[in-house]
Write a protein that binds this ligand. Structure first.
Ligand SMILES: Cc1cc2nc3c(=O)[nH]c(=O)nc-3n(C[C@H](O)[C@H](O)[C@H](O)COP(=O)(O)OP(=O)(O)OC[C@H]3O[C@@H](n4cnc5c(N)ncnc54)[C@H](O)[C@@H]3O)c2cc1C
Length: 361
């Protein structure tokens, strides 16, 4: 059995690590020329860490060393008054680049082909894919093709052309600040400051060493263009949260605005299934998640682990893949709904609303 993996992001590398351990032949094909140089970071939750531990021995130890444990969640109003303070378990802040590097350490280097964009498939008379086609004209034959090509998945578009990503009103401005004093003062705290009437917040997540990831969530009807300049972004954040309680002013002052990223979040209804014959979708390609869930990365690792378990039983038939897909869709659906609820709570202020940790388990 030979598996061709499309996309060397979190799901693709996770599956490769599992296949490597299980001794199943695989190749990975990645569109870009270098990995991990873009992107900021996220919170790994217990389900993601457990999946990673099962995929490959020793990966989690490296990941824990590269990230920072988050032991508390604190929600405050802009004046610094604490609205919720709750212990956290199994939550690790980590840079995307650091996680990708740790995962790459456990994948056979010659199994990865960079600058190899999948553009389609060759099919046999029964509609089963026999080869993936790439932008350099190459065709790669395999028994099974696993598309881990992210939220704007080209393979998903080919398999399910009706599935559409919908824009969401919540936008984010995201960055990392290097500030050893601030990182230490957070003492492993995921600190969120939120305008009490909703629609504006800024979250700080220590992610290892002197680095703190921050993300400002705002109503996208405020205008901040994707291609706005550093100065426009700085001025935008300054205007909205510049006079909020410490350490927000310091954060804005010390951030490297060249590294900020404007993220227009998207949502998508669940797909009817996660495969067509022997082409399977994993991670964001299968089920893009709202950022409120913090489950994009974790559910991608879970997908990789659960699909690897299926492959360890031998080459799966379309029926066994379908059973796997329906089980996974049922597990994902409540996460999607909870993400939508958290987004709604953020947008529509309800004074009686119970405040909760903005993470979905
Ligand atoms: C550059 C980048 C930066 C990110 N930064 C953050 C962040 O800071 N915070 C956060 O919460 N989430 C971030 N994400 C999203 C996050 O990584 C995913 O939500 C989550 O990890 C799910 O992983 P995934 O493997 O499904 O998708 P991804 O991690 O997005 O990986 C998809 C991979 O597929 C590759 N690819 C796409 N199309 C093709 C093709 N046709 N052929 C071959 N390869 C293809 C992409 O280049 C990418 O490497 C980022 C994603 C990317 C790609």
């Amino acid at each position: 059995m030979k598996i061709a993996i499309i996309g060397a992001g979190i799901a693709g590398l996770g599956l490769a690590i599992g296949l490597q351990r299980a001794g199943i032949a695989y190749s990975i094909h990645e569109r870009v020329g270098h990995l991990g140089q873009e992107g900021l970071g996220f919170i790994l939750r217990q389900n993601g860490l457990d999946a990673l531990a099962q995929l490959g021995q020793g990966v989690v130890d490296e990941v824990e060393d590269a990230g920072a444990w988050l032991n508390h969640f604190t929600l405050r109003n802009p004046h610094g008054k604490v609205l919720l303070d709750q212990p956290l378990e199994g939550a690790l802040g980590i840079r995307r680049a650091a996680l990708i590097q740790c995962m790459m350490n456990h994948v056979q280097a010659d199994s990865v082909t960079m600058q190899h964009q999948c553009i389609g498939f060759e099919y046999d008379a029964n509609g089963r894919a026999i080869a993936a086609k790439f932008d350099d004209g190459q065709q790669i034959e395999a028994n099974l093709f696993v598309a881990c090509d992210g939220s704007r998945s080209r393979v998903r578009q080919m398999l399910f052309p009706d599935a559409q990503l919908e824009p969401v009103r919540v936008h984010e401005l995201v960055s990392i600040v290097h500030d050893a004093e601030m990182a230490a003062a957070l003492e492993g705290r995921f600190l969120k400051t939120q305008q009490e009437e909703g629609c504006l917040s800024i979250g700080l997540v220590p992610c290892g060493g002197d680095r703190v990831i921050w993300y400002m969530q705002f109503d996208g009807t405020h205008t901040l263009a994707y291609d706005s300049s550093e100065e426009q972004r700085r001025a935008f954040a300054q205007k909205l949260v510049g006079d909020w309680a410490d350490p927000i002013p310091r954060l804005l002052k010390n951030s490297d605005w060249r590294g900020t990223h404007v993220w227009r979040t998207t949502d998508m209804d669940g797909l009817p299934t996660l495969h067509k014959n022997n082409i399977v979708l994993l991670g964001d390609a299968a089920h893009p998640m709202l950022t409120f869930t913090s489950q994009g990365v974790n559910s991608a690792l879970d997908d990789a682990h659960q699909f690897c378990q299926l492959l360890e039983q031998g080459q799966p038939s379309a029926e066994t893949i379908e059973a796997w897909a329906q089980k996974r869709l049922a597990e994902i659906a409540p996460m999607r709904e909870m993400g939508r609820e958290l987004a709604q709570q953020f947008l529509v202020f309800d004074p009686n609303q119970t405040r909760t940790v903005p993470l979905v388990d």
